[in-house]
Design a protein around this ligand. Structure first.
Ligand code: ADP
Ligand code: MG
Length: 562
């Protein structure tokens, strides 16, 4: 009994397939990149599993990826001898989208082809991209370590459902056969396939072989020879000077499962007491699950070129969770586990070094590519703002990378750096003034700003959720204290002239009676009533004492149920 059954795709898969076929058609070649990328991941996983169980290789220890085509049958086949899948894994991985952010993704789709194509790319096209060129896809697979009777065949026309059956399969790993759509025959020749593989998959670490067909000639029959098409070495292990921008970009798409170009990268080989190589990328835009508790696909850990694990969270702090790439160490044992990583000196130094590299890369962008830094900040600024709280040691450097809205421009765009602010400080001004509120308009229109506007003193306008948290971890920058304009008894220090002060004193004396009456009227509702010199237009404002939580933060805590 082959236990053949027909199963329906998850509703989202159906929708995604339809959209993808239409909006990605002009990019159809990427199907091969995605399938080769998966094959490479599958081989990496097997190599890792085999570290603790060498028998998984059976008699087939040479991992490789094989691409072939058949003009008569009109098929293209991608085959790997990687880890393969069992029946349940096929159901879980190939018929479902088990990703966070799926709902948000579908809500953003607009029907505009170009924009949707971008969104789909960002979401991840993966295996389903096969249906851009194929109207039927057959996947046969056997999980490493299982007997030949445990093969599984999955087949679908990419509409509503797929079939699944058990098969006898001699080879370990996965074979995917694409039955091409009408009109796609131009893909059925070796120079075309070779050029697609070179363009998108040259960086793949394993050999990618192409079956090259030599047609029958005179008495000689047709021959088929497998030729290696890609370079077949780990890209990050090559010297920088020998890797082109295109190769770095293609590799990014593979490690990050992203469809778009990265914003920037940094590639370093560290030698000496510790030896490791890092190739770290800043993506061009935020993934859907950036704000999820458990985001995927961070930095991959390799040990001596052998893949160890995805998403090694110990290699990057949370506030740099958007970074993608590879770290390859020569000092860790091959059997390193997540538990070992948790408290490991080697990992700690690699992490510290890698954080420095990323911060340095961002500084370089800020200084030399303002446009790129702006798009970085739009995508990831709010994540970076978690930095000073999480990474005390690098607090000052992170603060230098922060950008804020301010009364200088009075627009919500966060473009002002703390150095910009300091450079514009008034004579005698000693502090960096800021205000936090739960929206930009609320910050900008706050009565607390009146005196600052009058005196032409810039105030940073903060209205991101994370800002209050950030400011509770930043005390000063380049020797200047941060002072909230909404807290405590504001002392503008040397900015105020003696004349101002004398005048203020006079006003306070004159208003003593009024203050007493207001105090009596308000009773226990307030701690204190004071004459304020902060206001120019508003008659009164509420102020919290210097060490109290701001009203905005109090509200956040209440919302969080604290
Ligand atoms: P992603 O690669 O981003 O996870 P894909 O849609 O490309 O998404 O693939 C979905 C999943 O299907 C993979 O995560 C993997 O578990 C499984 N898969 C795909 N291709 C293969 C393969 N050749 N061998 C083993 N598993 C595979
Ligand atoms: Mg994939």
């Amino acid at each position: 009994d082959t236990h053949k059954e027909t199963l329906g795709f998850q509703a989202e898969v159906k929708q995604l397939l339809q959209l993808m076929i239409h909006s990605l058609y002009s990019n159809k070649e990427i199907f091969l990149r995605e399938l080769i990328s998966n094959a490479s991941d599958a081989c990496d996983k097997l190599r890792f599993a085999a570290l603790s169980d060498n028998s998984l290789y059976g008699d087939d220890g040479e991992l490789k990826i094989h691409v072939s085509y058949d003009p008569a049958a009109r098929t293209i086949t991608v085959r790997d001898n990687g880890v393969g899948m069992d029946r349940q894994e096929v159901i879980d991985n190939i018929g479902t989208i088990a990703r966070s952010g799926t709902r948000a993704f579908f809500e953003q789709l607009s029907g505009d082809q170009q924009q949707d194509a971008r969104l789909i790319g960002q979401f991840g096209v993966g295996f389903y991209s096969a249906f851009i060129v194929a109207d039927r896809v057959t996947l046969s697979t056997r999980r490493a370590g299982l007997g030949t009777e445990h093969g599984v065949r999955w087949e679908s026309a990419g509409a509503g459902d797929y079939t699944l059956e058990n098969i006898e399969r001699a080879e370990r790993g996965t074979e995917i056969v694409l039955h091409l759509r009408e009109g796609e025959d131009e893909l059925l020749n070796d120079w075309r396939l070779r050029s697609i593989i070179t363009k998108y998959s040259d960086h793949i670490q394993l050999p990618v072989l192409l079956d090259v067909r030599k047609p029958a000639k005179d008495d000689e029959p047709e021959t088929i020879d497998a030729e290696q098409v890609n370079k077949g070495s780990a890209l990050w292990a090559r010297p920088k000077s020998e890797v082109s921008d295109e190769e770095y970009q293609a590799f990014y798409k593979h490690v990050a499962h992203d469809f778009e170009e990265p914003l920037a990268w940094t590639h370093n080989r560290v030698e000496g007491k510790l030896e490791y190589t890092s190739l770290l990328y800043v993506p061009g835009r935020a993934p859907f699950d950036l704000w999820d508790r458990d985001t995927h696909h961070g930095v991959k850990l390799y040990v001596q070129r052998v893949f160890i694990m995805d998403d090694a969270e110990h290699l990057m702090p949370r506030y740099l969770r958007f970074v993608r790439g590879v770290i390859d160490s020569n000092d860790l044992p091959l059997n390193v586990s997540r538990e070992i990583l948790q408290s490991n000196k080697v990992i700690d130094s690699i992490r510290a070094g890698s954080v420095k590299k990323v911060l340095g890369l961002l500084e370089d962008l800020a200084k030399n590519s303002a446009d790129k830094y702006t798009s970085f900040w739009e995508a990831f600024g709010r994540v970076l703002k978690e930095g000073p709280a999480e990474d005390f040691a690098n607090r000052e450097q992170i603060a230098g990378l922060l950008r804020f809205a301010s009364t200088q421009t009075d627009t919500p765009e966060q473009t002002v750096s703390l150095s910009d602010y300091i450079a514009r400080m008034k004579d005698g001004q000693e502090a960096i003034y800021y205000i936090t509120a739960d929206g930009f308009a609320a910050a900008k229109n706050s009565p607390h700003l009146e005196v600052f506007r009058k005196k032409g003193i810039e105030v940073l306008l903060m209205s991101d959720r994370v800002d209050e948290w950030l400011m509770s971890h930043l005390e000063d920058f380049e020797g200047k204290r941060f002072v909230s304009v909404a807290k405590g008894d504001l002392d503008l220090g040397a900015i105020e002239s003696e004349e101002d002060k004398a005048q203020q004193k006079a006003v306070e004396d004159r208003c003593k009676g009024l203050v007493e009456r207001v105090k009596t009227a308000l009773g226990d509702a307030v701690q204190e009533v004071r004459v304020s010199h902060r206001l120019t237009d508003s008659p009164a404002c509420l102020v919290v004492s210097e060490h109290a939580l701001s009203p905005h933060f109090e509200r956040l805590l209440r919302e969080a149920g604290q």
